[in-house]
Design a protein around this ligand. Structure first.
Ligand SMILES: Cc1cc2nc3c(=O)[nH]c(=O)nc-3n(C[C@H](O)[C@H](O)[C@H](O)COP(=O)(O)OP(=O)(O)OC[C@H]3O[C@@H](n4cnc5c(N)ncnc54)[C@H](O)[C@@H]3O)c2cc1C
Length: 333
């Protein structure tokens, strides 16, 4: 059954799929509802329900503070309308989907271990895989409440292949279910693409990719996409890992010409007995140390844990006044 959603003072839209959250329904309808992680962690999709009824999928989602909850705020990614509703939220064109997200069933065709805790998963759908480099999809691991966001490591393709690099998180329900319970041949629900940290093809600036741990996947996609741009920007690729055994980005970029792509691995702690004469420390420190100044001459793409994202934002926005339009990132909440 269709539900009509009215946005106070703005355009309305129809929710065409009963099981959709408000956020997914809005984006499928081409409405620019603000969002970032789509999985309840960031709070960017907060809104007010003015009229109507909605179910809350994850009442304890960390994207809402106690104060938000007292003020009646809700998260669009965790709200499912029960009928027609009126909401209050400020939409913006920048959040309109560049590629309309689509829910589909995909089949695992390959699972390949890259490091002790990172594995490449390749799924295949029946339709061409449409997304921009740097975007993510929502996967539904078996027996896991909610969905999990994973960034594509490959490029859009006609074969329907969606490739992810996923880290096994200790005690994480979704990632462990993917590692232990999903075997080649098995079907899974995938919904996407989502995300604003995609490669901008209209910039003449050099590109900096900064990957922290499992943030590698979207950075590989952005770098591979940039290598195919007719403008041939130079690419500085920082691959941050704990030890040399945790590094795996270099193999994916081995064919890139050295005069176009510079691969800089950075280790935050080396294992006992490990020989390493490359960069050390936190990856953002290496960025500040190695890149030629001024930093506002580059486009920056980065993905990884929230602390790394905060440190890079501080480096770029506070210490170096890099304009916001040069900065594109995803926090792996
Ligand atoms: C935009 C984005 C892109 C990402 N890309 C990657 C990637 O390429 N590779 C990678 O390894 N990781 C990626 N992540 C992290 C990934 O989505 C998971 O957070 C991570 O795998 C841990 O999930 P888990 O289920 O194992 O851990 P858990 O601790 O069980 O769950 C972690 C996350 O799942 C969600 N969640 C938890 N409980 C519930 C619930 N009851 N209902 C609904 N949701 C719930 C929350 O968002 C929580 O932060 C990305 C995250 C984001 C936001």
């Amino acid at each position: 059954m269709t539900h009509d959603i009215v946005i106070e003072g703005g355009e309305g839209f129809a929710m065409l799929k009963d099981e959709d959250t408000l956020l997914r329904g809005a984006l499928r309808a081409g409405v620019g509802l603000p969002h970032e992680c789509s999985v309840g962690g960031c709070g960017a999709c907060r809104f007010d329900l003015v009229e109507g009824e909605m179910d809350t999928l994850w009442p304890d989602a960390p994207g809402l503070s106690e104060r938000d909850r007292k003020r009646g705020k809700r998260l669009a990614c965790q709200s499912r309308p029960r009928g027609n509703c009126t909401i209050r939220v400020r939409c913006s064109d920048e959040y309109k989907p560049v590629v309309p997200p689509r829910a589909q069933s995909v089949r695992l065709v390959e699972k390949r271990a890259l490091t002790a805790d990172m594995t490449e998963f390749t799924f295949q759908g029946d339709e061409p895989a449409a997304f921009l480099p740097g975007q993510y999809a929502l996967l539904s691991p078996p027996a896991t409440p909610g969905v999990r966001a994973y960034s594509m490591a490959n490029q859009a393709n006609l074969d329907g292949l969606w490739r992810f690099i996923i880290r096994r998180v200790p005690n994480g329900r979704g990632s462990n279910a993917l590692f232990d319970e999903v075997q080649p041949g098995q079907q899974l629900q995938l919904d996407g693409p989502y995300g604003q940290a995609y490669l901008r093809s209209d910039s003449a600036r050099d590109i900096v990719c900064i990957a922290g741990g499992s943030g590698l996947a979207p950075m590989l996609s952005v770098a591979q996409g940039a290598l195919a741009l007719p403008t041939q920007p130079k690419i500085h690729f920082f691959d941050g890992a704990r030890t040399a055994a945790d590094l795996c980005g270099g193999a994916f970029l081995a064919d890139a010409p050295a005069e176009i792509l510079r691969y800089i691995p950075v280790l935050s702690s080396s294992a006992p007995g490990e020989a390493w004469d490359g960069e050390t420390g936190f990856v953002h420190q290496a960025v500040g140390r190695i890149l030629a100044q001024p930093l506002d001459g580059y486009d920056f793409y980065f993905a990884g844990p929230p602390l790394m994202i905060e440190a890079i934002q501080k480096l770029l926005m506070v210490e170096n006044r890099v304009p916001f339009s040069h900065i594109h990132f995803d926090r792996f909440l």
